[in-house]
Design a binder for this molecule. Sequence first.
Ligand code: ACO
Length: 314
Amino acid sequence: MGLKILATGRALPSRLVTNDDLAQVMETSDEWIASRTGIRQRYFCGEGEGNTALAVSACRRAIARAGIDPAEIGLCLAATFTPDHASPSLACEVHGALGLPESTPAFDINAACTGFLAALETARCLLAGGNLRGKYALVFGSEVISRVLDPADRSTAVLFGDGTGAAVVTLSKQHPFVSLLGARGDAEILRAGGSSQADRYVRMEGKAVFRFATQIVPACIDQLLERAGCGLDEVDWVVCHQANGRIIDHVVRKLGAPEEKFYKNIHRYANTSAASIPIALDEMCENGLIRTGQRVLCVGFGAGLTWGGALLTF
Ligand code: ACO
């Protein structure tokens, strides 16, 4: 059974932080950040802003655009590694704020930057399982990474941003959905959010992550296309997790693919982890780039290590 995205929504916090703003508080420059990553700016939560408020705003937008009654939402799934609280989950906080039915389960999935794709596949399986009350699932990737950035570590502090991307989905025979998920336990090259103060911040071996990403993304695309029985020429868009523009450029070269098929918006938002793919999908739908009937291949990779892909039909 396939999966249809009925509508999407996104939300960004109010504080726009440019590379030049960062250069005023740490030893860095717009030239260094932009040339190595493609990032020009990001949004950070300010006082009084948090993950729940961002997620509620993006979800409300997606629900309104889908034109559905929230009482028909049978599942509420958040993908995040930066919830406001370890418990209750972000999904439960959003469930409460939206007044979703008591029969609607809500929980978080943490697969780092692959989280939204893991949540989509989980939603599809649970919807297909037939034990949910409502026929729609609310699935969102939402992060406030600014809370786990070490301002003294310029090699990570410049790379991330906060934001939410949300989608309302339902099962559909006319919308084939092919998914692939994997993991490789390696806590050393990328981690964040440890329980001790010393282990709280994002720590990353940038070059090792770069090597991992440029190996796994093309492999994931190839496997997904093989599973779907189609070629890249039959796919309209590729939406990679937006971690670094240079990673996407490497993937394009490795696959010998047309560059214009690979969507990039990292210059606007930096790396928003689980939110990056749904934010991109929302922007593309809003700007009329994704049209009905088009095939969109999404690929994620992140801490864990995790990776995954989904071939969606709009
Ligand atoms: N501004 C200025 N100089 C900096 C900065 C900065 N923000 N950060 C590091 N430098 C300096 C370093 O100190 C080093 O200086 P030195 O040569 O005097 O020692 C120099 O720049 C080169 O540092 P490297 O770490 O070797 O820089 P590199 O070219 O590898 O680029 C980067 C770093 C951009 C992080 C790269 O490794 C990368 O893109 N890695 C991929 C990881 C990624 O994108 N992660 C995102 C999150 S993970 C995820 O989402 C899955």
